[in-house]
Write a new protein. Structure first.
Lengths: 639, 82
């Protein structure tokens, strides 16, 4: 009896929601919900031209002048039958079953004007749920460009729902929608208008809905098929069975070349200014521990990371352009044969691709994968995609140890090595997926692709600029937050305790960090890591770039006897063998994850099992790869 | 004829979608993206090796699907249907 009461108590827990009316954006994937959301709320959620960018519900506020509405951006769905975790989120919200959120007062059903056929089926499904609904015909500009004339008032009559048009990526493109929302009295709408469910509750079929939609389109004169001629023409070249893959490789190659060649000037500017600042402080401040902290801790550490901002921005510039244009799902199409042969479904492609920015959004994006096994495999291999935090480490080592020279065919060696490192991660991931396929997959498994190839869009300068700006902010936050704190902590650990009287050798060797580094070096000696690297790897668990700042601090402190702030690169060139540098590069292809990734994996998989498996296998692979690299390099006399 | 046997650039009509015993939800997913009896379908191109995956126009949408999915889709001539 008591048990029962407490169960009821738990179930009847009262939620308090903000008093503003709640509006939910619902629509097919890639129909421009997030663009519209950003326009309505002034938000800056990530948008791109492929299905499945939004995998969570995102909330924003819409200011209508006299009142404020809450707006939810939801993952795109093709129907209201949820099959994957992200679609589940949308369906739960619409049914009022989402935890911590009430049933929406109004649904904005966002349609892609260039593909009413498929989008209208979803409208019928939403209408059936009985929630008040306004239909937003988005991307009207594209439809007009393609000669698709939509008579909105006729559509209004056909659907018996209020309809507005919008252009999600134009600054005033939400005008009609705002006016409509101002005109609707949300508290009245649910009482007045009977959006009641069909009484007979017939189980509907997609086929039956399709007949209704075909009827509407026929009466509106929109049942002719008008494909996008520009996209079709572009695809003839870009997806050509032979030229397509060649172009893809060329594009990727060009990007990695640009990461090095375009960044030279801004990087040397940042380097020169940090040098100047530290020289200035060294000359103007008395020798004091604070001076040491500023010059050898903060400037040597942070400056060492900051210098890689241009390269990160160049990489993201290209990623943003590829995302916006609609080329990314096409790259998935071209590479699908590889994915399929290692037992991955096409849905794994976008999560893996997102992991090149950071494994965390990549792991979140696995929610779009329907099959539970495929989802776990994708989560496990996502960290092998080279995240942007690894770029500073690669760039530092390549800059120091790989000569910048042309090797013919317009190929430059540094860019080539970077390209190879990225490829090594991908090949490693495919091998792991293949092994997991042999271990876990059954013969009867079905790995669908079903990936929409959207029309090409010209990337918008504004979206690319916002994307780059956000990247810069994220990076500077990391530099000013995590990296700063860890750098200062490392400076203290590397400076104290002071060496005993009459000690020989650099002071750092007697400090906590020095002692710890030497202990760790026992483990890492077989793969060629010295104690300086070993100690830098520890704070690197928090964020990869910290390895670079830590090396900066450790080497600056070790060399402070000569009272100068030397750049890190020449110090590494003197101190390390090529074998050690190559071994560290190999280590970082597989390096165990940063702590935040582990935390996200635990949250997304609901336990410690998967994160533990991930840590173990990555550590083993990293050690093996570094060991083999070091031994081979030593054998060829590079030690 | 099944969709995977259809030559490139020929427009046919979806006749029916078979069920894959181990994954019955696939039929439904295919219906959601437009593989519904009566819809027009064209294979636009195939990848070089083994023709997998293939790029398909279904209704107004363009999708990349694998051979495994295409094998479930039965197509017929446009004239067969009124």
């Amino acid at each position: 009896m008591r048990l029962k009461t407490s169960k009821i108590m738990a179930e009847s827990k009262i939620h308090f929601y903000p008093k503003e009316p709640l509006i939910a954006l619902v629509g097919n994937p890639n129909s421009g919900k997030t663009s519209l959301f950003n326009l309505l709320t002034g938000g800056k959620q990530k948008v791109a031209n492929y299905a499945g960018v939004t995998v969570e519900r995102k909330e924003g506020k819409l200011d209508l002048g006299d009142r404020t509405l809450r707006i939810l951006d939801l993952p795109g769905v093709y129907s209201l039958y949820p099959r994957s975790l992200d679609e589940q989120i949308t369906c739960n919200v619409l049914q009022g079953r989402a935890i911590g959120e009430k049933k929406p007062d109004l649904v904005l059903c966002v349609l892609d004007a260039t593909n009413l056929r498929r989008n209208l089926r979803l409208v019928l499904a939403v209408k059936r749920m009985g929630i008040p609904c306004v239909v937003v015909v988005n991307m009207m500009d594209l439809a007009q460009k393609r000669g698709i004339q939509i008579d909105l008032s006729q559509l209004e009559q056909e659907l018996n729902l209020p309809i507005v048009d919008s252009i999600g990526n134009q600054s005033n493109g939400d005008f009609a929608l705002r006016e409509k929302l101002k005109a609707i009295n949300l508290s009245k709408i649910s009482a007045d208008q009977q959006f009641s469910k069909d009484e007979d509750e017939q189980p509907y079929t997609v086929e039956a809905d399709n007949v209704v939609v075909q009827g509407i389109l026929h009466r509106m004169g929109l049942d002719k098929i008008l494909p996008d001629p520009i996209s079709d023409r572009l695809d003839r070249t870009l997806l050509h069975p032979v030229f397509g893959p060649v172009i893809l490789v060329a594009v990727l190659f060009f990007i990695f070349q640009a990461v090095f060649s375009w960044a030279e000037l801004p990087m040397s500017l940042i380097e020169k200014s940090t040098d100047w600042v530290s020289q200035y402080i060294l000359e103007s401040m008395p020798a004091h521990w604070i001076r040491s902290l500023i010059v050898y801790g903060v400037i040597a550490g942070l400056g060492g990371v900051l210098v890689f901002l241009p390269q990160i921005l160049i990489l993201f510039f290209f990623i943003l352009i590829l995302e916006e244009s609609g080329y990314l799902p096409r790259a998935a199409y071209l590479l699908d044969r590889i994915m399929g042969s290692v037992g991955l479904s096409g849905r794994s492609f976008i999560p893996l691709l997102s992991s090149f920015a950071c494994a965390i959004p990549g792991i979140m994006a696995t929610r779009t994968i329907t099959n539970a096994r495929d989802r776990i495999v994708t989560i496990l291999i996502a960290p092998l995609m080279t995240c942007s935090a690894r770029l500073p480490v690669y760039a530092l080592l390549i800059g120091a140890f790989i000569p910048a020279r042309q090797i013919g065919f317009g190929i430059e060696l540094q860019g080539l090595v970077l390209f190879i490192l990225y490829i090594a991660g991908i090949v490693g991931a495919m091998c792991v997926a293949w092994i997991l396929k042999k271990l876990t997959s059954s013969k009867k498994a079905f790995h669908p692709l079903m990936m929409e190839l959207p029309s090409y869009h010209l990337p918008s300068v504004k979206n690319v600029a916002i994307g780059l700006w956000q990247r810069t902010i994220v990076f500077l936050h990391r530099v000013g937050g995590t990296i700063l704190v860890l750098t200062i902590a490392l400076w203290f650990l590397a400076s104290y305790p002071s060496p005993p009287e009459g000690a020989i050798g650099p002071a750092i060797e007697y400090s906590f960090a020095g002692v710890l580094g030497k202990a760790l070096a026992v483990i890492f000696a077989p793969i060629g890591f010295n104690w300086e690297i070993s100690i830098a790897l520890v704070p690197g668990l928090a964020a990869r770039e910290v390895v670079v700042s830590s090396l900066g601090t450790v080497y600056a402190l070790a060399g402070q006897a000569n009272n100068s702030a030397e750049a890190l690169t020449p110090l590494l060139q003197q101190g390390w063998s090529l074998a050690t540098a190559l071994s560290l590069l190999a280590w970082f292809v597989f390096a165990p994850q940063c702590l935040s990734t582990i935390a996200v994996v635990k949250r997304e998989t609901g336990g410690y099992k998967i994160p533990l498996i991930m840590l173990t296998y990555l550590f083993t692979l990293a050690y093996l790869a570094a060991f083999i690299t070091y031994r081979i390099a030593t054998h060829y006399g590079l030690a | 004829m099944r969709l995977d046997q259809l030559n490139n650039h020929l427009t046919k009509r979806v006749k029916s979608v078979h069920t894959f015993p181990a994954a019955p939800e696939i039929t439904h997913q295919l219906a959601e993206i437009g593989f519904i009896p009566g819809e027009q379908v064209t294979v636009l191109r195939r990848n070089l090796f083994g023709g997998d995956p293939m790029m398909v126009r279904i209704g107004l949408s363009t999708f990349a699907i694998r051979k495994q999915e295409a094998e479930l889709i039965e197509v017929e001539d446009l004239e067969n249907h009124g």
